[in-house]
Design a protein around this ligand. Structure first.
Ligand code: AHR
Length: 520
């Protein structure tokens, strides 16, 4: 039996969690938009052509912000193509994904869809093939009340009220040569600074994200961050981080399940680089991090090559439709724990992506929509990970893997939602063979009782459901099955009100939302 002890205290707070940590991403790529969120004529489509089955699954994820319209796509995008009467919109060649973009969905439609799923838009401007003036035009179209060329154009398109997008990405991955019109760090840093300063002349309160490296594996990392920020430290609020995790040919499961440690190293290095520029420039503010692309991505590589090289130009071909395993879900859970452990610095993050393309939600064009394995840990953390993240004092038995040493058998973090009297521990037992005993020391959380222990194992996953387990609420040590994702929900409980209801503890607890069995 593996062993771990987690101690948490109300006084050891990492930070209040910005709900935008649970963001996601919809790009014009593959079947994310067409055949994903939007499919007029589908039996579940609403009057605007949006699939209601997808809307329901997205709403259950409680995604507060969605990045749009790319991704690589944005570096060649003309936003004007996607506004105005649909019948008059041009079809364009999207070089990023070698597809024909019909422009049936653009800013107006996407903003409407976001309203339906209760999310705000994280808008990206094209700083690949376009520049400052275009970003300003787009900003005026989206956010100005009226009485100017572009705001009146929006009104003439039926949107009387401005969209008031608050969060803007200044381009995407411009360090990568696969980008339409990539840049050097100097070129991009200066362009990002000029764009940010101009956008702030319109609205100083915008939250602006500069592009960091496309991945820590880039040869230019972390010099890219240093040079870019040396140019635009004062004018932006965030630097972005992107990282996808793959199980390479020579990886085994233990090595794969340690890969969130790589992410934590990446975060620390980017934070240190930001702090170096802050010191160099005698800056006051601390740069925030936006981890606006992350996920497991490796099941679909060959299919993408084939579409890019051998297929004719087509609208919305299936691209990078990874089918996720239980192991992938465990790593997604581990990554979410890493994001929470670093939420003082990483304020926003986007699971990339949301529908059909490396996504938790899949659709069939002539059938339904369903949740993949990775949907579940994301849904748990997005729903129950609101409040403050607590510093985890974690002692665990350890193991080494091919690339990592001192890997905790158990990884865990706790989130306290004071307003609702709820404390949630998210925990993974990485060991595939042995259960782990997790001793949870709640110190100053008197009167918090275990209300629910949600467990996801390979067996439950393959059986098509996630189970809620009845544990002994008073036991100090909880058992985490081998290779499992666990959500332990403690709720503030006035025991005197429970007398006589001991067998039905959960239903007596305030704010208890039974998870039960979830089929997918
Ligand atoms: O999410 C898929 C792609 O990955 C995005 O378009 C790009 O930004 C990244 O390389």
């Amino acid at each position: 039996m593996k062993k771990a002890k987690l101690s948490v205290s109300k006084d050891a707070v990492i930070a209040a969690i910005d709900k935008r940590l649970y963001g996601s991403f919809i790009e014009h790529i593959g079947r994310a938009v067409y055949g994903g969120i939007y499919q007029p004529g589908h039996p579940s489509a609403d009057g605007d052509g949006f699939r209601k089955d997808v809307i329901t699954l997205v709403k259950d994820l409680r995604v507060p912000i969605i990045r749009y319209p790319g991704g690589n796509f944005v570096s060649g995008y003309n936003w004007e193509d996607g506004v105005g009467p649909v019948a008059q919109r041009p079809a364009r060649l999207d070089l990023a994904w070698r597809c024909t973009e019909p422009n049936h969905v653009g800013i107006g439609e996407f903003a409407r869809w976001c309203g339906k799923v209760d999310a705000e838009v994280m808008m990206a401007v094209n700083l690949g093939t376009r520049g400052v003036q275009d970003a300003l035009n787009l900003l005026e179209y989206c956010n100005h009340q009226g009485g100017s060329l572009y705001s009146d154009l929006r009104i003439s398109h039926g949107a009387r009220e401005p969209y008031k997008f608050k969060t803007w990405c200044l381009g995407n991955e411009l360090d990568g040569k696969w980008q339409t019109a990539y840049k050097t760090a100097h070129e991009y840093g200066r362009l990002a600074d000029q764009t940010a300063r101009a956008m702030r002349m319109f609205d100083p309160s915008l939250e602006l994200v500069a592009c960091g490296s496309s991945s820590p594996a880039m040869a230019t990392f972390p010099e890219w961050e240093a040079v870019v920020l040396d140019n635009c430290y004062d004018s932006v609020d965030y630097i972005s981080l992107h990282q996808y995790f793959a199980k390479n040919k020579d990886d085994d499961t233990p090595n794969f399940l340690a890969k969130n440690m790589e992410m934590e190293r990446f975060i620390k290095t980017v934070a240190a680089t930001c702090d170096y520029i802050k010191a160099k420039q005698r800056g006051k503010k601390t740069m925030k991090l936006s981890f606006d692309e992350w996920n497991v991505w490796f099941h679909s590589g060959a299919a993408l090559d084939d579409t890019m090289k051998n297929r004719p130009w087509q609208v919305a071909p299936p691209i990078v439709e990874d089918v996720y395993t239980f192991e992938d879900a465990l790593l997604v859970g581990l990554v979410l724990i890493s994001l929470l452990k670093n939420c003082d610095r990483v304020r926003m993050a986007c699971l990339a992506q949301l529908v059909n393309v490396i996504a938790p939600i899949m659709t069939s064009e002539d059938g339904g929509a369903w949740a993949q394995t990775i949907y579940h840990p994301f849904m748990h953390v997005s729903n129950y990970g609101r409040g403050v993240a607590l510093q985890p004092l974690l002692k665990s038995t350890k193991h080494d893997t091919k690339d990592f040493t001192d890997v905790n058998d158990v990884e865990a973090v706790a989130v306290w939602d004071e307003e609702h009297g709820a404390l949630t521990v998210f925990a993974v037992n990485r060991d595939q063979n042995e259960p782990a005993g997790l001793d949870i020391d709640l110190r100053d959380f008197e009167k918090y009782l275990l209300a629910e222990h949600i467990v996801m194992t390979k067996e439950s996953c393959e059986g098509g459901h996630v189970v809620s387990r009845a544990d002994d609420a008073s036991a100090a040590t909880q058992t985490l099955p081998p290779a499992s994702w666990n959500v332990l929900r403690f709720v503030f409980t006035d025991l005197s009100s429970l007398l006589g209801h001991e067998n039905n503890l959960a239903s007596m607890l305030p704010n208890f939302r039974p998870y039960g069995t979830f089929n997918f």
